[in-house]
Design a binder for this molecule. Structure first.
Ligand SMILES: *[C@@H]1O[C@H](CO)[C@@H](O)[C@H](O)[C@H]1NC(C)=O
Ligand SMILES: *[C@@H]1O[C@H](CO)[C@@H](O)[C@H](O)[C@H]1NC(C)=O
Ligand SMILES: *[C@@H]1O[C@H](CO)[C@@H](O)[C@H](O)[C@H]1NC(C)=O
Length: 514
């Protein structure tokens, strides 16, 4: 600001308040929910209400062409690094309880950059980027404070892992087990901690709070009081519990926003909301859930839209007036948050990182200008391959279409290999009818959609547009050539087992066997 240059006192003051001279760095609250499906929010037509989320979104910018990854760790890895999984070796699966692997420690994280930019940095909730080595833990990846779970799934009250995972307590404050939360519901713990952090904020540093709720991930546990008001709506008990979990989450987010207002920092705060992948479906207590992505195709784990198209919005008094209350239809991806937050919001730089796949979308979000993202690699997973396929497409390019992969270019989306969950699953108690997705020929391993005209992925165009197929396969081939090898080592249950290692049954880093 020009006036600052003329006024040495202001220059001095602004230097005190910000690592970036002359710019007041906004606080950033990044809320990530776990397994919340596209349909699982009031404003996308859920049968239950999410009044807080709906209001925040309605007053902010709804991101309606917004993508994440198919499951937990991959989305979190891209949020933390701004880089695709093909760069980090994380193309396959998630960090399980006993896998000797984590987000590669030579990657610079979002939290590290925010700390460097002058922020205080806090992770509240689920980490799920590996813990086998001390260097992998959140406090060693840029967070000043951490309260929550290392793993991807645990009970919501007793904070224990779930069979067949090795048994153990998974709740820590920084490096130490936090037994005092045994018996307290996860969403309540995380909400209260977020409020404490907001109330503790000091004048000298802006706040970066990554509020990574464990809800509404399975197991479907929730205090009864949240179920009661919904009983008339649902006959499906799982959907009832799930909806109640989202209600509790919605209430928690409301309390966090109240705390921002009470402490007077709301005006300088940007709230970003995202789900981490599509809603999970089915009775498996670890992999399943009662989420819903209707009318999108597929669910968690799938590269069809139901697995990757997320609920997302940005809310802030700092958005320009003309975008408040609007829908942003630009292509935006979870990897974009890294440069968007570090450069766009914090006014800092991404120096020192490896080449980013994310794009700074701050002007796109704040002013509604064009996004420079035309292309999005959803993933290439060479450990998931199928056999067969129709010859004319198999021989069309150098890319091996038996590999599970998907890519987006402008409105086109191409999928190859085993795409996973394929149906259109109706929300329980909605009266709508699930549509089975097995209508396509069984030897089909390449699909092409125009997802702008056909967001439900009903009309495969691969036969009609062979040149587009070829163009996108060539892109996949090029990405595949740049990929690092998948790193997915065998689990080491005995080494990791917290009850076998004199560790009080608490999950902690272990000494892996080479
Ligand atoms: C948590 O509390 C339950 C019930 O009091 C108790 O059985 C369990 O041992 C506690 N867990 C830990 C890790 O302290
Ligand atoms: C808030 O500050 C107090 C006093 O410094 C400290 O004891 C407490 O741990 C802080 N709480 C959080 C959540 O950071
Ligand atoms: C970041 O890199 C740019 C371009 O290389 C350079 O101009 C700038 O001074 C660097 N900033 C910092 C803080 O190191």
């Amino acid at each position: 600001m020009a006036c600052n240059i003329l006024n040495p006192i202001l220059v001095f003051l602004s230097f005190q308040f910000s690592a970036v001279v002359g710019y007041k760095q906004p606080n950033v609250i990044f809320i990530l929910t776990d397994d919340q499906g596209y349909r699982d929010v009031g404003y996308h037509g859920a049968l239950f209400d999410t009044p807080v989320i709906d209001k925040l979104a309605a007053e902010g910018v709804k991101l309606e062409n917004y993508y994440v990854q198919t499951r937990c760790s991959p989305t979190r890895s891209q949020l933390m690094t701004g880089r695709y999984q093909i760069r980090t070796g994380l193309q396959h699966g998630v960090f399980t309880d006993s896998i000797p692997s984590c987000l590669p420690t030579d990657e610079i994280t979002l939290a590290q950059k925010m700390k460097e930019a002058g922020y205080s940095t806090h992770l509240v909730g689920k980490w799920h980027l590996g813990y086998y080595d001390e260097a992998c833990l959140p406090n060693n990846r840029g967070f000043d404070s951490f309260l929550g779970l290392y793993l991807g799934v645990a009970t919501h009250y007793s904070h224990r892992s779930i069979p067949p995972l090795v048994d153990g307590y998974d709740f820590h404050r920084n490096y130490l087990p936090a037994f005092e939360y045994n018996g307290t519901y996860s969403t309540h713990v995380f909400t209260d901690e977020a409020i404490d952090i907001i109330k503790n904020k000091t004048e000298d540093k802006p706040l970066f709070l990554y509020l990574s709720y464990q809800a509404p991930h399975s197991p479907l546990e929730v205090p009864d009081e949240y179920k009661e008001p919904l009983r008339g709506i649902f006959t499906d008990e799982n959907r009832l519990s799930y909806a109640a979990m989202v209600s509790c989450l919605d209430e928690g987010i409301g309390k966090v926003v109240d705390a921002l207002k009470e402490t007077g920092i709301y005006e300088d705060t940007i709230i970003i909301f995202s789900s981490d992948n599509g809603g999970a479906v089915g009775s498996d207590v670890i992999q399943g859930g009662a989420g819903n992505n209707w009318p999108l195709r597929g669910f968690k784990f799938s590269l069809f839209e139901g697995g990757i198209r997320a609920v997302g919005f940005v809310h802030s008094p700092l958005l320009s007036g003309n975008v408040k209350g609007t829908i942003n239809n630009r292509l935006i991806h979870v990897s974009d948050w890294f440069p968007t937050i570090v450069e766009g919001i914090a006014g800092w730089n991404t120096n020192g990182t490896k080449p980013l796949d994310g794009i700074n979308q701050w002007n796109t979000i704040k002013y509604g200008t064009r996004s420079s993202r035309l292309e999005l690699l959803h993933n290439i997973n060479p450990l998931n391959v199928v056999s067969g396929g129709r010859d004319w497409i198999v021989n069309m390019s150098l890319f091996d279409v038996s590999i599970e992969a998907a890519i987006r270019y402008r409105n086109w989306k191409l999928l190859t290999g085993n795409t996973g969950q394929t149906g259109w699953i109706a929300p329980p108690d909605s009266g709508l009818t699930t549509i089975n997705g097995q209508s396509s020929p069984t030897d089909q391993i390449v699909w092409l959609y125009n997802v702008r005209k056909d967001p439900l992925e009903m009309n495969d165009l691969s036969e009609a547009y062979p040149m587009v197929v070829k163009f996108l396969l060539t892109k996949l081939y090029n990405y595949h050539n740049q990929s690092v090898s998948v790193f997915f080592p065998a689990p080491q249950r005995e080494q990791a087992d917290p009850c076998l290692n004199g560790n009080d049954c608490v999950f902690d880093p272990w000494v892996p066997v080479p």
